[in-house]
Write a protein that binds this ligand. Sequence first.
Ligand code: GRF
Length: 214
Amino acid sequence: MVKTAILVSGGGTNLQAIIDAHLFGEIENCELTAVISSNPEAYAIERATNAGLPVYIVERDIFPNRAVFTKAMLDMLQDLDIELVVYAGFNYILDEPIVKAFENRIINIHPSIIPSFCGKGFYGLHVHEKVLAHGVKLTGATAHFVTEIVDDGPIIMQKAVAVREDDTPESLQRRVMEEAEWKILPEAVSLYCKGLLTVKGRIVHIRDEGDNNE
Ligand code: GRF
């Protein structure tokens, strides 16, 4: 079983998608070992508690800087003997030591089709505001491995979503979650836990089940 920690900061709808998929047996060989929140007020905590999952708080605001916050999070993950880390609406960038310790073992969900509308300043509703302002007709979401460069890691899965004439940032955000994020993040976790992902450089290869060739 892959011991998995889900890192959250806010509403937790992506966490809920993983909890539901796991409950319905769509994520095999995966133990949801911990939900770790950077925010003691996050609604995601209630979702985890309702699902009977262990909850831990590593509150960003009590740490003097990112390096100390990263160390505290790394210690927590190693104490829990975590293999896979999932950023599910986790709003913080963690430093190199954690990315190195968990190379190609941290999966993030970003609400755009990377490499468009990503990187510094592109998070939450801001992404959808910029998508609408640019007038693109297609957006979507990306599940990718985390590296030191924000939103730049090897891409596991992407799903496109059409932009509508009458979209607002809020309506687009909701549809990107429903049609893309809540589908590809559990799927990416499932592929990892089945051992079907191989990373060569920045390319992620997804092996077919039953295909024994590396
Ligand atoms: C989502 O759009 C996610 O991609 C982004 O934060 C938003 C909130 O996610 N990182 P959640 O409802 O807390 O999972």
